[in-house]
Design a protein around this ligand. Sequence first.
Ligand SMILES: [Mg+2]
Length: 639
Amino acid sequence: MSYVLYSARNSYERVEMISVERITRAFNEATREFRDSGEYQSLACGHASTEAAHEFIRNVFRTHYLSAHIVALCFAALPSNAAELLKENLLEEMGRSEKEKPHSALLVELVRGIGFPENEVDQLITDARKRVAIFCATRVPVATLRELCLSLLLETMSFEFMLSRCSSEIATALTNHYSIPKAALLWFELHSEVDIRHAEEGVTVIQDYLNFHQIPDPLFDQIAHFTLGDNLFVRHYFPPVSKQRTRSKIAKAQAQRIESITIYQLRIPFHQVFRHALHNREESDAVIVKVTGSDGRSGFGESLPRSYVTGETTETMVARIRDHLAPKLFRQTFAPGWETLEHLQALMPNWTRGDNGETTVVAWNAAFCAVELALLDWSLRVDHCALADLLPPARFEVVYSGVISADEPKDAAALAKRMARLGLHQVKVKVGTADDAARLEAVRKAVGDEVALRADANGAWTAHEAIEQLQRLEQFKLAAIEQPVPAKDLEGMKRVRTESGIPVMADESLVTLEQARQLIDLGACDYFNIRLSKNGGITGSLAIAKLAHEAGIKIQVGAQVGETGILSAAGRTFAAYLPALEFAEGSFGTWLLAEDLTYESVAFGLGGRAPLLKTRGLSVTVREDVLERLANVKHEVRR
Ligand SMILES: [Mg+2]
């Protein structure tokens, strides 16, 4: 069948439309990939443990418990012919009578039949809701609603197709090898060969959709590839938590060495000067680390050293990586994915230890962060995983605050108005200069009373000054004051917390895990501002976040002014992972930088909202030509 399409180039083209065979081939290929996977083979042959079989059932539940919602969404998106076919499927999914129960009820019978306690059934339902919500809120790389719906249809119908070919085999294995009673397996029975009609109808539905929207081969192939690729069914039924266990057995054989480390010192101009009590900044001084493994693949990490925080300067940090960490790295081997993170957790205390007062370095956290992120990016790419697979998201998006530097009140007001127009709900203002009250007044007036305002003094005051100043600023209703006193004055911070009545956030005082403990033991603050570059990358930040969580300290995930898309992407995934997150900062991208390093834009959008990043590695692609151009110093070390 062929259709005439009107192309963007203003000419007519004859385009062959997708045949049923082509759709079936794509589904067959995805099904074959699933059946060939080690995970499926192990389950079907009875080599998996009973716990692994139960985990598989949990994931089947999480994937399909709310399937009716997804099918309903597909139904709503269909042209009339195909809609009739799918309606039948939808009604069956929803249950038409006492005898024909909703499929969700059959899944509940399945997990109860295995003997899962009621609280676990409740938890699985919560998981399923969360999964659908995350699915709906994850940005997909397609341009239009027409393409989005095709992706959705392909995913939904491919499950029907695969189940009609694998369900019986799975049900037999569950009964024979894992003692799951046959009566509990009705859901699998309904999706087995007896349901082959639905599977075939699914193919027809898709062909009808493709014809109606005149979607040509290349576009179909592209959407089918990213929807069904990377073993869609394994991703759902055997996600990384269970993969993690099997991976550890093969990790040694796959472990690789790092062959080279390249360090780039960048100079990227800002659109405008950023001022605070400790520093004025007109350009980004990000340091990028690229590691290349023995397989030829590379990963990128980033950090921005701050002498007044960790004690590292760009020069000392670069020297630390080149002369101290690189030789250590070359002696290690790194296994893919999760193994690398665990390996880094073991290395961090030794690799970041300060110099016992010989220099001003509190901890080599920025040096560690750049190296750690590069290693994670590389090793996750080797393993075809994203950082979000190691740190699964607890939310559907990350919402960022605006940050206003210590500008003249009229400039601060102009920026605040832009932020209000952009729909930001949270704004932080730098204070600690003579015109704090005028700046806050101008900002509060510009954003209105609904926006939550925080202030950051960057340690500019003594405790006494802070208490006095915060009384003067009371009328602006600050939600929190960040680092009111110098980093070492923890007693002063506690006094501000007790006497000002405004929640206090520790930033410059919080570099190491030990300092986090001191702040908690003293009751010095309400919030931690955790920043990857400051706190030792994902490894150091996770340890501090865990401590904060246990102690009831609220968390802001902060950022470095001038960070590129590499560090922003890692910060996004870290922020999305935390069970409780009060505020997030960063992801300014080209709001601040004249140019960013990544193909993907990581800058937040309307309302400060930004989607989760879940492709490969840190989930951004570095434009190496731009990196080379923006680097004013480059060091390369080889093994
Ligand atoms: Mg701060």
